[in-house]
Design a protein around this ligand. Sequence first.
Ligand SMILES: Cc1cc2nc3c(=O)[nH]c(=O)nc-3n(C[C@H](O)[C@H](O)[C@H](O)COP(=O)(O)OP(=O)(O)OC[C@H]3O[C@@H](n4cnc5c(N)ncnc54)[C@H](O)[C@@H]3O)c2cc1C
Length: 140
Amino acid sequence: MKWSDGRYHTADTEDISGKDPDRFIPRSYSIASSSKTREYIEFYIGLVRLGSLSPRLFHLKPEDRVYLSEKPLGMLSLDAVPAEFNVVLIATGTGVAPYMSMIRTEISGGLNRRFAVIHGARHSSDLDYHSELMLLDSIS
Ligand SMILES: Cc1cc2nc3c(=O)[nH]c(=O)nc-3n(C[C@H](O)[C@H](O)[C@H](O)COP(=O)(O)OP(=O)(O)OC[C@H]3O[C@@H](n4cnc5c(N)ncnc54)[C@H](O)[C@@H]3O)c2cc1C
């Protein structure tokens, strides 16, 4: 990724003097897609206008390449929650991403527990998974 032209158009400009244009910028992102989905990986990423990496991710075009570490890391999991327990998931902004993965994974696995999702955001238009969650609620 090049520093000079790699930022999304609404991102703030960046002082690139003295910086390596090809510097590797590692960041963590939660997977939003089901852990059983093999065809693609979905991420739910917010633009941090002053950020180093996210303005570049928003500027990616089809067939651009990004590096993903080989092994996903993290401890956030429902594995230790008994299958008969219902679950309340609370998140703001992009923090809902791992919860979407959990819900999608459990639904495709046929488990019967119930989820309540409390998702906060500054604007209702930022509740990007609202329609999907409402649909899942209506068919459950
Ligand atoms: C375990 C884990 C999972 C994550 N999952 C996601 C995810 O699913 N989706 C996602 O969008 N991000 C996620 N993040 C945050 C992500 O790793 C980056 O921090 C974020 O994208 C900003 O990176 P950047 O390089 O653009 O900004 P940076 O250059 O790292 O930050 C620039 C400035 O912006 C501030 N800043 C950083 N993030 C925010 C923010 N969200 N709002 C306001 N100011 C901020 C920083 O403190 C810093 O001052 C996760 C982080 C962790 C640790």
